[in-house]
Design a protein around this ligand. Structure first.
Ligand code: EPU
Length: 416
């Protein structure tokens, strides 16, 4: 399943349903460790990272049943244990188990997390926040050892906005005694989703979606929660239709979370018809370049859509510059686009893109999740046949990109 064959040059028509959000589901799954009973999640995406998190929870003693997006996690009988290195290193979100385990057991031992290779991804602010709440943390032979006889609420100011560090702090803070105030917290919708989950489970949290979140610690109870739709998958498919051309409608699309992208699509001259939670995108595959675009924290243009946008802009009328401000090495896909005839130049944190008329099919290779999605998008725009190797990375975040795109008329299939 790791090689995808694409015959480009076909317009896309029809309807796509957006899966549940990966980056909301993963920290919420980690948070189930704090619930001394059964959590029921619906709309859980069927992706590799969720599968890995499920294995980690099972190895702690959680009893899990899952069927068609519904997951029941019984964490009543769990115990602190050694978590398998292979699972921990398989993704970034495993680190969120640190705050969760500390909250449940008063101690935790975990290896360093993996995740996509998109630049330096330290965890210093995760550890800083947990230490501020009273955890004693040491590093021994690549293992993070944390313990706290009692976590105590405190005001914590993050030097930079970090999604993961905010999530870890939230999980430790709901288990702490007293009040915690997180300042310069991340405001990404996935943080709000985690807060909503915790509130539904009995937590007292104020300031959702703002830079200051106030948490009063207390016990959690059993809960049923629906994972919201994935804004990055939605954005990927909007860009794919914009680039390939056609007319596709989407249901349950979190459009209010995608203003960074929809502003760009309008600048490019792509038509969007929006009605409540439904949107239709109409594109002739001819669009203008974006002279300058920078990735930013929410609600700015998401770094997780930067590769897909860059791929689309390779065939825009005019030249574009994309500046990546969140991660320091997220242009790994650019060399692959060059093999398809794209004119792209990587200079530090910037990618200079000269719009060309057409890409051509080539044998290319994905090296990370969103970069892989960008190469698939490029294959759909190109004349001829493209083989994208390394698509196992794409499975980390997209349920079945081949299923979704072939349903709207793309000539795309697994090649092995
Ligand atoms: N940072 C630090 N120290 C820390 C934590 C972060 O310096 O302790 C820096 C990072 O190096 C980076 C910046 O802060 O330069 C932002 O990182 P952040 O912690 O916000 O990112 P993350 O939690 O590691 C999540 C998503 C990413 C998404 C980013 C930014 C998950 C599982 N991952 O990562 O999603 O790009 O937020 O929005 O939620 C993806 O889905 O493809 C993906 C990479």
């Amino acid at each position: 399943m790791s090689v995808i064959r694409i015959e480009g040059g076909r317009e896309l028509h029809g309807h796509i349903r957006i899966q549940g959000s990966k980056n909301a589901a993963l920290p919420i799954l980690a948070a189930t460790v704090l619930v001394p009973g059964t959590t029921v999640l619906s709309n859980c995406p069927d992706i590799r990272d969720v599968d890995l998190m499920k294995k980690l929870l099972e190895s702690m003693g959680c009893r899990i049943q899952s069927c068609r997006g519904r997951m029941e996690i019984d964490a009543s009988g769990i115990s602190q244990c050694h978590l398998q290195k292979e699972y921990i290193e398989g993704m970034r979100s495993s680190i969120i188990l640190l705050g969760a385990m500390l909250g449940r057991f008063g101690k935790a031992c975990i290896g360093y997390p993996g995740g996509c290779v998109i630049g330096e991804r330290p965890i210093n602010y995760h550890l800083m926040a947990l230490r501020e709440l009273g955890a004693d943390i040491s590093i021994e032979e690549d293992q993070i050892l944390a313990s706290a006889s009692c976590l105590i609420g405190k005001e914590i100011t993050f030097p930079i906005s970090s999604v993961g560090a905010t999530e870890n702090a939230l999980l430790a803070a709901v288990s702490a005694k007293g009040v915690t105030v997180l300042k310069n917290a991340a405001t990404e919708p996935e943080i709000t989703a985690l807060c909503r989950f915790l509130i539904a489970a009995g937590a007292d949290i104020e300031g959702l979606g703002t830079r200051t979140i106030k948490i009063t610690g207390g016990p959690l109870h059993e809960v049923h929660y629906q994972i919201p739709p994935d804004r990055i998958v939605a954005g990927t498919y909007l860009l794919t239709v914009a680039a390939a051309g056609g007319r596709v409608s989407f249901e349950d699309i979190p459009l209010q979370e995608l203003t960074g992208l929809t502003d760009c699509l309008r600048t490019m001259g792509i038509e969007l018809q929006c009605q409540n939670d439904a949107v239709e995108i109409i594109s002739s595959a001819k669009y203008r370049a974006i002279p300058y675009l920078a990735t930013e924290e929410y609600p700015g243009f998401a770094t997780d859509l930067q590769p897909q946008m860059a791929a689309a802009l390779t065939c825009a009328e005019g030249n574009s510059i994309i500046e990546e401000r969140i991660f320091d090495n997220r242009f790994g896909y650019a060399k692959q686009l060059e093999k398809m005839g794209a004119s792209v130049m990587h200079e530090g944190r910037r990618l200079l893109i000269r719009g060309t008329k057409k890409l051509h099919g080539a044998d290319i290779e994905a090296a990370d999740l969103r970069g892989g999605a960008a190469l698939i998008l490029a294959g759909l725009m190109a004349d001829g046949v493209t083989y994208v190797k390394g698509c196992r990375y794409v499975e980390r975040g997209y349920e079945d990109i081949v299923r979704d795109l072939s349903a709207v008329g793309a000539r795309i299939k697994y090649a092995d």
